[in-house]
Design a protein around this ligand. Structure first.
Ligand SMILES: [Zn+2]
Length: 242
């Protein structure tokens, strides 16, 4: 196994989320579509910062464990629903990070008080936990997120999707930072930016440059902070690799 193995990337993403303030107790999940299969790789119940590649399991869209020793959480049903409904999605991240959940508790989405939030402009939806109507959680989440990348869950947390695991993980981290700016800006009388042209210009640049660079930078940081993650793939991984 090497650093580009999806099981390693999922474990690394969990540790990045933890280190960037997205701790979610033993809830929260990171998953990635298994290429060419009606299945996905996902993490079990545990803290984000203890995940190793060997903990990552492969689960069918019917939540049958196909590979790995851990028990699949019934809470990951919405991951399967999203992969089924949106072929563009390669990865799903769900976390309960504090500031993201606080903004969601207000019934609002993360607003443009800081340039990090521009990444999410016009790309967020909000869902209230409403179990009436007979729909499954997966059906409700698929319906609420539509074609967007971010779903804030009222009094709960968020779902962030991406074409790749790296994109979804970095966006999930940046959403939490943007939510903190939102909350603190409101407290000091900060003003939201409403210049859509400027926001969209930044949005494109952040997506093109910042998201991939942040994945690489976080992986370098993990080399120093989480040696057990690299030991799990036989040492330091490829020489010179990120
Ligand atoms: Zn949750």
């Amino acid at each position: 196994m090497d650093v580009d193995d999806i099981r390693f990337e999922i474990a690394a993403a969990r540790r990045m989320l933890y280190r960037e303030g997205c701790d979610s107790q033993t809830a929260g999940h990171v998953s990635a579509r298994a290429a060419g299969e009606d299945a996905f790789w996902v993490t079990p119940f545990q803290y984000f910062d203890e995940t190793l590649p060997e903990h990552v399991i492969k689960v069918s869209f019917d939540l049958e464990v196909l590979e790995g020793q851990w028990v699949a959480s019934p809470a990951i049903e919405f991951h399967a629903a999203l992969y089924r409904a949106r072929p563009d999605i390669g990865s799903v991240v769900h976390h309960h990070a504090r500031h993201t959940a606080l903004v969601a508790s207000t019934g609002d989405v993360v607003r443009s008080y800081n340039l990090l939030a521009y990444l999410f402009f016009d790309d967020q939806a909000l869902i209230f936990d409403d179990e009436t109507g007979g729909a499954t959680e997966g059906e409700r989440i698929v319906s609420a997120i539509g074609g967007r990348s971010v779903l804030l869950m009222h009094n709960h947390g968020c779902v962030v999707v991406g074409a790749t695991l790296q994109e979804a993980a970095v966006k999930a981290v940046l959403l939490e930072h943007a939510a903190r700016y939102h909350i603190e800006a409101v407290q000091v009388g900060g003003k939201e930016l409403h210049d859509e042209h400027r926001i969209r210009r930044y949005q494109a640049a952040l997506g093109r440059y910042m998201v991939p660079e942040m994945w690489a930078a976080h992986t370098r940081r993990l080399r120093r902070s989480d040696p057990e993650l690299f030991a799990a793939i036989g040492g330091a991984g490829r020489e010179g690799a990120l």
